[in-house]
Design a protein around this ligand. Structure first.
Ligand SMILES: C[S@@+](CC[C@H](N)C(=O)[O-])C[C@H]1O[C@@H](n2cnc3c(N)ncnc32)[C@H](O)[C@@H]1O
Length: 208
């Protein structure tokens, strides 16, 4: 059932990001599927890291629901656009130009990533090109994720059937994976993988 408050917030967000520059990724099916998964979380008061924020749709939505949001992207134009869109929407968040976690410090309750996942020979278009099997950014993200997740934290990662999700899960046994949302598209199925640290890891370290 649709929640009128969250519908109103989404309309406000879409208005604020409607004039995104052409090189900044505007929301598509993958963005909305991830947004649907986020809607099932209670984000108020949570620390959220949105990696590859693009237009900022996820960051702005969470910030307007009362989350403490860090919006990060490798693309300076996207970062600048999101800062302006946040002002237009009346949302408070911090923006960081960062190659994945390179300029990120601290640990988060929720980490979001809608990666460039299309199989490609190289990484020319950073908004969509994912290299062999579309896996380059996905694997790099999962390799470093555990350092930035609180012990009871959760990550929502968008993947496609083109990325061979079961092999992603096998390659990263440090996480327990579940599927939070799925959608069939013309030539692929996209899904949101929900990743949590396995118990043996979650008993180590602090959340500082
Ligand atoms: C598919 S778009 C997703 C945008 C937005 N999160 C959404 O769901 O609509 C992928 C985003 O990841 C960013 N990106 C690509 N490589 C990155 C990297 N190494 N570190 C951080 N962001 C990256 C791109 O600039 C782009 O904004």
């Amino acid at each position: 059932m649709n929640d009128p408050k969250s519908d109103k917030i989404l309309r406000n967000v879409l208005e604020a990001i409607s004039q995104a520059p052409k090189n900044v990724y505007s929301p598509r099916e993958d963005s909305y599927l991830l947004l649907d998964a986020v809607k099932s979380l209670n984000v108020q008061g949570k620390t959220i890291l949105d990696i590859g924020t693009g237009s900022g749709i996820l960051s702005l939505y969470c910030a307007l629901l009362g989350a403490d949001v860090t919006a990060a992207d490798i693309d300076g134009e996207a970062v600048q656009f999101v800062a302006g869109a946040a002002e237009r929407a009346g949302a408070e968040l911090r923006t960081v130009k960062s190659d994945l976690f390179a300029n990120i410090s601290g640990k988060f309750d929720v980490i979001l990533f809608n990666p460039p996942y299309l199989p490609s020979e190289d990484l020319k278009d950073r908004t969509v090109d994912g290299g062999p099997e579309g896996r380059v950014l996905i694997d790099r993200f999962l390799n470093d994720l555990s350092t930035h997740m609180k012990t009871k934290g959760v990550a929502y990662l968008l993947v496609s059937s083109l990325n061979n999700p079961s092999s992603i899960e096998r390659a990263h046994p440090e996480y327990e994976f579940a599927s939070a949302a799925k959608q069939s598209l013309f030539f692929e199925e996209i899904q949101v993988l929900c990743a949590r640290l396995r118990n043996n890891l979650s008993s180590q370290g602090s959340d500082g």
